[in-house]
Design a protein around this ligand. Structure first.
Ligand SMILES: Nc1nc2c(c(=O)[nH]1)N[C@H]1C(S)=C(S)[C@@H](COP(=O)(O)OP(=O)(O)OC[C@H]3O[C@@H](n4cnc5c(=O)[nH]c(N)nc54)[C@H](O)[C@@H]3O)O[C@H]1N2
Ligand SMILES: Nc1nc2c(c(=O)[nH]1)N[C@H]1C(S)=C(S)[C@@H](COP(=O)(O)OP(=O)(O)OC[C@H]3O[C@@H](n4cnc5c(=O)[nH]c(N)nc54)[C@H](O)[C@@H]3O)O[C@H]1N2
Ligand code: SF4
Ligand SMILES: [Mo]
Length: 880
């Protein structure tokens, strides 16, 4: 048995993991008790990692135009064509689109190649969609992209304000730390500001169901309240800040009276005043925010409206306080640090003449870029317009995750040279690649990532590289060398790259730049291998830094990286979102995440993680649903000016009237209509360039096909497209599930079955033609092989009970009957606890039967919630 300390490849909490591999190569995943982010805990996604390590679906060989080829051919092709394109059209005709899921070492090399040697700024990252408003907000306020505090501050505060963050589902381990802190310290207050009622609200004292897009009116109002009621920290204002008078003035003028704020935000006056008072009364306040703040055309302003309130009251730089942006991806922070956004140069340096000279000198760069490149949305527009001739996409799936996704798809389809580096063979983006580079996946990779609290941790290799897969940095270095930059890219290991990167961070720094790791130097390969989790800056020159132990908290000394050394208030005039609902598109579409899925599902589309939610849905308020004649569980169409989406309706009062919510994860690999970003408009924040993913005007209507049905099959099936207008494929325990519907239907289901799934199979069948009901099943040696249920609407048998039948060696007569009548164990339904596969009905029954009162009691009785704890908010809601 060998044991490796590594880091989770999913969210920005950055949990430490121990991976144990035995002689049969089977891997056990556990939380690392010594890691300061999680102290041994893992959420449902982290715990399920061992189920994602198989080679099924992996891209294992380089390919050109869908044919396998050797590495030399693929690398030479890219290097040669890059050189030709540069010669013919200039360096601006090449672009890289990279990702917060690369390691810092990969990211560093990509950025160096583009900005130092190809000589353009055209490298942007999916962090543009994720973090860029936070980054711009920090830079405006502090002069640097610095997250001031850490996770302990969240625990030690007296008030946590969660703005646009569904922490329970998106950062579950930090959520659990907060939950435990609150249990120990019952006076701690938690306020959630989110238009939706989310699982996060289960631990909140107050949920402010704000009108989408109106946060700035609230925070400007708070600033004005703090000033008028004498809660300002005048000493702090004088010593540590500039620009407060103007900011106060603008806040006053724009937010107006409490009744005005109430109108803008949709909150009750009393609620607003209570929140303001709570903020005023607690010195230790952490305001933690995420995509409800960032993904907005006012994202940067939202961030600064929050920071303004912290500056006004000196709530910064000390234990238990500060504005705190939660990062999404495991290495979104690393990308900001290396400078792989189009508007940064490198290592927290900009395109100033001084920084360009410095970086050029350090890299000995032959062609340093001197101006910013195109940000993600503009970059893909330039691909679409044919201005960018070659794009290299690494570790991201833009055909699913960028707004106006159909335009992105078309842009890639028409682009001369599309290169994709990925670890999976088939996703919506690899489908458009001319060249495919197979990369290492988690478990095989080796390098560093930075989490939300500036903590650098190691991801370490514990599995061998399969087939011809290679590290991203290796592929990049090979292309660079073949373009003629041998010397600058002669890396032999990730340690080599990290050493250079650390040296750049300290190069001519002398305390002028926040990002400095030079205290780590010199270090050997062994020391790199053994690097313990540490928070930057790590240096001797910075006053904040405690030497090699790193820096827990920034700005305690009230010195900032602005020209005056003071933090800047920003005067903010609130604006509505770019596009508002109207008669044609009367609903506001909000999008985001669900508990057990990660982004475009390439790594979490496994049965265990699809139990909780396998089919896409739209949340709608029951009153809106009634008006539109939509039932719970029925199929609906949602359209915007740009595209059309289909899925199931989920009626819930968690949603405000007039608002809809659709998860972002579903893609064309598993569904013919569930990519939500075909709807989302590409409006961006003018400063950060971040798109407004949470506010697109749409309309919704019931979808009434003439038939609906589902198939469960032991083997994956190839379905015909004729007669099928809605189709979703879901990997389930022991079988594949297909949810289907059509506007036309085959003349004869019996013939259709035989034609599509095997003429030789013997079918048990039950038909009720009057009710449009057809049930079929095929058994092979008493074991269920395939079954199909067709009806005229969504009232179909319980899938979960039928899925269980695939585990039986021999079906009982009752089970055979169930196959035909569709009546089965209603106990099995939507899974709440993914670890122990416990469903909603089972939980409700147990709570009633045993009179369970606490989550702990549920755990003792039926295990649910007693492993990773990700379902605890849902259990709490059920208990209520
Ligand atoms: N399970 C899971 N966890 C993840 C991820 C994942 O894919 N799956 N992805 C990771 C990544 S990359 C990221 S970026 C993070 C994102 O983490 P979060 O930002 O927490 O997640 P989201 O669901 O995108 O959005 C958060 C909330 O913003 C709310 N919101 C929408 N509009 C507004 C508004 O105008 N004002 C306010 N105050 N709130 C609003 C939404 O209703 C939503 O509940 O999650 C990370 N963690
Ligand atoms: N509607 C809507 N859209 C959104 C959002 C939203 O809230 N709403 N959120 C946005 C945000 S915040 C984000 S972060 C994006 C995320 O969106 P994407 O970045 O597109 O999502 P992923 O599915 O994580 O894509 C990662 C890809 O990289 C591959 N991969 C994994 N590890 C490696 C590696 O080491 N090397 C290489 N080369 N490839 C690897 C995976 O197989 C996968 O194909 O989505 C954005 N899109
Ligand atoms: S909270 Fe979950 S997904 Fe995020 S790093 Fe920790 S284990 Fe991974
Ligand atoms: Mo993200």
């Amino acid at each position: 048995m060998s044991s490796t300390q590594t880091t989770c490849p999913y969210c920005g909490v950055g949990c430490g993991i121990i991976a144990q591999t035995d002689s049969t190569k089977s891997v056990t995943i556990q939380g690392d008790k010594s890691h300061p982010a999680n102290f041994g805990k893992l959420c449902s996604k982290g715990i399920a990692l061992s189920g994602t390590l198989g080679l099924e679906g992996r891209l294992l060989h380089p390919e050109i135009d869908n044919n396998s080829c050797d590495w030399n051919t693929a690398l030479d092709k890219v290097a040669t064509e890059f050189k030709q394109i540069i010669e013919q059209y200039g360096p601006q005709a090449i672009a890289f689109y990279v990702s917060g899921q690369l390691l810092t070492e990969d990211y560093y090399v990509a950025n160096k190649l583009m900005k130092g040697f190809i000589g353009a700024g055209n490298i942007d990252t999916n962090s543009r969609l994720c973090m860029s408003s936070s980054l711009s907000g920090y830079k405006r306020a502090f002069g640097s992209d610095t997250v001031p505090g850490n996770y302990e501050d969240v625990e030690q505060s007296d008030l946590v304000v969660l703005v646009g963050s569904n922490l329970a589902w998106c950062h579950p381990i930090l959520f659990q730390r907060l939950m435990i802190a609150k249990e120990k310290h019952p006076n701690q207050k938690i306020v959630v500001i989110d238009p939706r009622h989310t699982a996060t609200c289960e631990i909140a004292d107050t949920h402010l169901a704000i009108k989408a897009g109106s946060d700035i009116w609230l925070f400007n109002g708070l600033l004005d309240f703090l000033r008028h009621n004498d809660y300002l920290d005048y000493e702090y204002l004088e010593q540590a800040t500039d620009g407060f008078a103007a900011a106060f003035q603008t806040a006053r003028e724009s937010s107006g009276s409490i009744s005005g704020i109430s109108q803008r935000t949709g909150l009750e006056e009393e609620q607003i005043l209570e929140f303001f008072q709570l903020f005023a009364d607690n010195k230790k306040v952490v305001t933690l925010y995420s995509q409800g703040v960032n993904q907005s055309t006012s994202g940067t302003d939202k961030v600064n409206s929050i920071i303004n309130c912290h500056l006004a009251t000196g709530r910064l730089g000390q234990v238990g306080m500060g504005p705190f942006s939660m990062t999404g991806q495991p290495n979104a922070m690393g990308g900001r640090e290396v400078g792989a956004l189009a508007n940064q140069l490198a290592s927290h340096m900009d395109f100033s003449a001084e920084h360009c000279d410095l970086v050029q000198e350090f890299w000995q760069a032959s062609n340093i870029a001197t101006s910013p490149g195109l940000k993600a949305i503009d970059l893909f527009n330039a691909v679409h317009a044919g201005e960018v001739k070659a794009i290299w996409i690494m570790a991201t799936n833009p055909v699913v995750s960028l707004p106006n996704a159909n335009l992105v798809k078309q842009a890639l389809a028409e682009c001369e040279l599309v290169i994709v580096s990925d670890c999976v063979r088939d996703n919506d983006t690899t489908a458009h690649a001319n060249v495919l580079f197979p990369t290492l996946a988690w478990g095989e990779k080796n390098g560093t990532v930075t989490n939300s609290e500036r903590r650098i941790s190691r991801q370490r290799t514990f599995l061998p590289a399969p087939a011809e897969t290679k590290a991203d940095w290796w592929i990049l270095s090979q292309v660079a060398q073949r373009m003629g930059y041998e010397k600058a890219f002669a890396y032999n290991s990730s340690a080599d790259i990290f050493r250079e990167y650390v040296a750049l961070s300290g190069y001519k720094n002398e305390g002028t730049r926040d990002f400095d790791l030079s205290g780590l130097l010199p270090f050997s390969d062994e020391e790199y291998q053994a690097l313990k989790p540490v928070q930057w800056p790590i240096c001797d020159s910075s006053e904040h830094c405690t030497g090699l132990r790193g820096t827990e908290r920034m700005f305690a000394d009230k010195r900032f990286f602005t020209s005056s050394g003071k933090a800047q208030f920003i005067s903010i005039t609130p604006r509505p979102p770019a596009s508002l609902p109207d008669i044609k598109f009367p609903f506001v579409l909000n999008t985001g995440r669900i508990r057990d899925q990660w982004h475009t599902m390439t790594r979490t589309g496994i049965a265990r993680l699809l139990r909780h939610t396998g089919e896409s849905y739209v949340e709608i308020h029951p009153n809106d649903a009634q008006t539109a004649n939509i039932n719970h569980g029925s199929l609906v169409t949602v359209s915007s000016r740009l595209g059309k989406w289909m899925g199931r309706a989920k009626l819930t009062t968690n949603q405000q009237m007039g608002n809809l919510f659709i998860p972002m994860h579903f893609n064309s690999q598993t569904s013919n209509c569930a990519r939500v970003d075909v709807l989302v408009a590409p409006h961006t924040d003018p400063i950060s360039g971040q798109p407004e993913f949470k506010h697109t005007p749409v309309k919704i209507s019931a979808y009434r096909p003439i038939w609906q049905g589902f198939i469960l099959s032991k083997q994956p099936l190839t379905l015909p497209t004729k007669d099928i207008d809605y189709s979703v494929k879901i990997l389930s325990d022991n079988c594949w599930r297909y949810e289907l519907a059509g506007e036309t239907k085959p003349d004869n289901w019996n013939l259709w079955l035989h034609h599509n799934f095997g003429a030789n199979l013997e079918w048990l069948e039950y038909q009720d033609r009057a009710n449009g009901c057809y049930n079929y099943a095929n058994l092979i040696q008493d074991r269920l092989n395939i079954c199909m249920f067709i009806g005229k609407d969504e009232n179909l048998p319980n899938r979960h009970g039928l899925i269980q039948l695939f585990t039986r060696d021999k079906l009982t007569p009752a089970e055979r009957l169930a196959l035909l009548t569709g009546h089965n164990d209603e106990h099995r339904n939507n899974t709440i606890c993914a670890c122990f596969n416990v469903g909603h009905n089972e939980l409700v029954a147990a709570i009633k039967e045993y009179d369970l009162k606490t989550v702990a009691q549920i755990g003792e009785k039926i295990q649910a919630g007693s492993n990773c704890g990700s379902c605890i908010p849902e259990l709490k809601a059920l208990l209520k």
